[in-house]
Design a protein around this ligand. Structure first.
Ligand code: ADP
Ligand code: MG
Length: 482
């Protein structure tokens, strides 16, 4: 029997606002427990929530970035459940009328054989809500503490249609979404702090069947690796279960990375169990068209557009362009380095070649690069105008990397890297090389192209690597043709 996997993701993205979604308490991470929790977050009687404008602005940004409908009117609801880290016994969320409706996300998926394909999926909605607090085990022996610093931090929950068809697609979507929310500046995307976490809804059905199978929801996956592993395990479990005549029971499950398995947490509650109703403390959220247009005007260029520009205007290959836009700080580094160059491909090759190789070897991120984008730009300007050759460019790059200097022109001078572009000097070097290597000349004349490269190598060596290689090639060919 052939099976088809069906996945829909619900992603909680923490919005990077200064204060919480309904109170003025700080939303920053890592403070002493319960020092960033005000009476509103503690749900003391008589408190009233006030909506944070910046959280709404970020929801609008997201809606525009995925080409969704930003609702002119949406409503905050109370979602009731009891949990020790939720003092109000309800979470303020949006249910029937969310702030963002529809939209789509495109991403590249890699096949097992390394080839790739493009996929676009539809989003159902994105809504604003508050986060709960945190139960802290083990600080006081045998007891559990409650830290309400996180209670009330703003979240955007982003829900996809059930259109993902493999764990690879789910991970590729989640990565694209992760990059997008950071790209448009609505979240820091810090997964270690739980600021980007996914719930995966997974079902299977025999290939060709129209109806969906019964799904399970795996909660709180905060790494791409766990997301992939949890889905893979769940797919195997469901197929095995059905193949043995069993039935999948709709349930909420948790992934246990230590044992690489999912375990049932609770059988699935229906939305009616939450007794949703509009929060009487909050007015409906009204967003005017003018506000939406204001936000649109402040949006950065979106990744898809940047990609098209890199390919069509700069002539960069699609694969290279995809790599350069995979992370916005990398894109910005590239754009800055390429700013003064006519041929942007030179910067593209350097960034994805030398720069990435050195950063990877040193385990540094692009933001931590010892060679700034401006410095790389200066190096490449000198390479492009013929002052230094490729080897000289590498030497300057290493010198700045190793903190032997920070000014490109000074380094070219002190390290003696100026390339010899004086035709007379190059001709003299070539004449000497030809005279000293009659055998190589013979070989070249009998058709061995390799001998030509060897002669170029000899000439470069004779000039201590400073000759302009293009000139060496040209003059050498001319002399050999005589
Ligand atoms: P709930 O809000 O109760 O979790 P929703 O109907 O809103 O349920 O769906 C939540 C997520 O589950 C969505 O991402 C949706 O695409 C996905 N989903 C719905 N049905 C299935 C299914 N049969 N298999 C896999 N995913 C599903
Ligand atoms: Mg759900």
């Amino acid at each position: 029997m052939e099976w088809e996997v069906v996945i829909g993701l619900e992603t909680h993205v923490q919005l990077s606002t200064k204060s919480k979604i309904f109170s003025g308490a700080s939303a920053s991470f890592g403070a002493e427990p319960n020092t960033h929790a005000c009476p509103i977050d503690l749900a003391l009687p008589g408190c009233l929530p006030v909506l944070n404008k910046s959280a709404v602005e970020k929801a609008i940004r997201f809606g525009l970035a995925i080409d969704a409908k930003v609702a002119n009117r949406s409503v905050f609801d109370r979602k009731h459940y009891f949990y020790p880290d939720l003092p109000k016994a309800y979470q303020i969320s949006q249910f029937e009328l969310p702030v963002v409706i529809g939209g789509r996300v495109s991403f590249q998926v890699e096949n097992p054989d390394g080839s790739t394909y493009q996929k676009t999926i539809n989003l159902t909605r994105a809504h604003l809500e508050e986060d709960a607090g945190k139960s802290v085990h083990g600080i006081v022996h045998g007891k559990t503490g409650i830290d309400l610093n996180r209670a009330g931090t703003p979240l955007l929950e982003i829900v996809t249609e059930p259109e993902l068809r493999s764990s690879a697609e789910a991970v590729a979507y989640a990565k694209a979404l992760h990059e997008l929310v950071m790209w448009i500046g609505v979240s820091d995307g810090d997964m270690q702090k739980g600021n980007f976490r996914c719930d995966a809804n997974v079902s299977v059905r025999p290939k060709g069947q129209k109806e969906f199978g019964t799904r399970c929801e795996i909660k709180n996956l905060n790494s791409f690796k766990f997301l992939q592993a949890a889905i893979d395990y769940e797919v195997r479990r469901q197929i095995e279960l059905i193949s043995e005549g069993g039935k999948v029971v709709q349930a909420t499950r948790l992934y246990d990375p230590d044992n690489d398995e999912t375990r049932e947490m609770r059988t699935k509650e229906d939305s009616m169990d939450y007794r949703y109703f509009p929060d009487p403390d909050l007015l409906p959220l009204e967003i005017s068209d003018e506000w939406i247009e204001e936000v649109r005007a402040s949006m950065p260029e979106l990744p898809e557009k940047t990609l098209a520009r890199l390919i069509n205007e700069y002539g960069i290959s699609e694969a290279d362009a995809l790599q350069l836009i995979s992370h916005r700080p990398l894109t910005e580094y590239f754009e800055k380095a390429a700013a003064k160059l006519k041929d942007k491909k030179i910067a593209a090759n350097w960034v994805k070649g030398e720069v990435m190789a050195q950063l990877n070897a040193a385990e540094l991120s692009i933001e931590e690069s010892p060679v700034s984008a401006e410095q790389l730009g200066d190096i490449l300007v000198r390479y492009s105008d013929g002052t230094i050759n490729q080897k000289g460019a590498r030497t300057v790059f290493s010198a700045i990397w190793e903190k032997k200097g920070d000014k490109v022109d000074e380094l070219i001078e002190t390290l003696g890297l100026k390339q010899i572009s004086d035709t007379g000097a190059i001709e003299a070097a070539i004449d000497a090389v030809l005279a000293a290597n009659p055998k190589m000349v013979e070989e070249f004349k009998s058709g061995k192209e390799k001998a030509f490269n060897a002669l170029v190598g000899q000439t470069m060596r004779a000039t201590k690597g400073k000759a302009n290689p293009a000139q060496v090639n040209e003059i050498l060919r001319a002399k050999l043709a005589q």
